[in-house]
Write a protein that binds this ligand. Sequence first.
Ligand SMILES: [Zn+2]
Length: 429
Amino acid sequence: MDPIDAGRLREDLERLVRIPSVAFDGHPAEPLHEAAALVRDLLPGSRYVDVPGEAPSVYAEYGAAGDGPTVLLYAHYDVQPAPADGWESDPFEPTLRGTRLYGRGAADDKSGVVAHLAALRALDFTPPVHTKVLIEGSEENGRQRILEVVDAQPDLMRADVLVIADGGNWKLGEPTLCTTLRGHGKLTVTLRTLENALHSGQFGGAAPDALLALTRLLASLHDDAGDVAVDGLTDGAWDGADLPEADFRRQAGVLEGVGLVGSGSVGDRLWARHAISVLGLDAPPVEGAGNIVIPAARAKVAVRVPPGADPVASMQAVERHLRAHAPWEARLEIDVEPASSPLALAADAAAAAALETAYGKPVAVMGSGGSIPLVARLADVYPEAKIVLWGAQDSDAAQIHAANESVDLAELEAIARTEALFLTQLARG
Ligand SMILES: [Zn+2]
């Protein structure tokens, strides 16, 4: 195995970050195809796999199918949108500040794409085990169309070991194996009370305001302590290493003096229980707000489903709660986007050994509250497969999905080295 080519690693990442490959409605498709083409160029012998209604995934195979295990390396080249607000540099112009490279997708998950590339390059694209690579182009939008590819071509991604480079260390430089993913579903709630907007002086006080009704409804989802207050949800308890509250507060940037929500350990709240948040709210903007009683309002509510819970039952419970709690018999329309499945993994000893060798220190086993729908489906379809979830998206500063996303270049190099070591060790059994 050659050393990781750090210069090439950074160059690949910068080329990818320059492409605004956002797979959400309202964003152009060309950059997605440009990113797909670049990934295809970077992976010798690769080909496209069509994903219905989405940009293609890029697929490649290296090494010979033989006695050893087959490994699948997964990452995604699509990114979250990057509204200009709050960015200190152009989100699509990779910018080095200190040891970190800033840009949308620099961590989530173009770091995963280039880590796989660098590991394979260190092995001259002839890894000692049969290795498949799948780089997806539509992970972030929640449409989950990649699952149709798994159903239609069950052998394509079949492997004994699935390496998902779409995670990160709990702290920069602290090697971490992730053992949980939550499922993720959404509900769009439209609440109506009036035929039209009304003069708030003439009608306010008796006419039901839809925005007030909706905010009351949303508030009913949690109790005063911030714990989810929806009947019928099955929560668990986290029994692994906990995330110290001080580290969590710092990583989350919770303002001095502001409390956390919920009760129990941080691990319980992040990895073993349901979480509900409000992603969006349609209401008149403050600027130019008129003196009216509002006739209709709309919100998008996200539900994270922990391991052990049935995602269908969880979404039904939240929908039931919303219908039961609408104030003033307001009319509700609820559109449910089904939740992906949660996942609980065994910590893989060989993966832990590779991390320990690359970092020269012991490995922490922790959960992740995030969601990767494809991984849950692959676990279903290949129940014997081991799943390894790691990556260069450290919880300290990577700011994934937010402004000023970045990756630490030394962390990225260490993850690439870990993967190359892991593939080498798998060949030795
Ligand atoms: Zn991701």
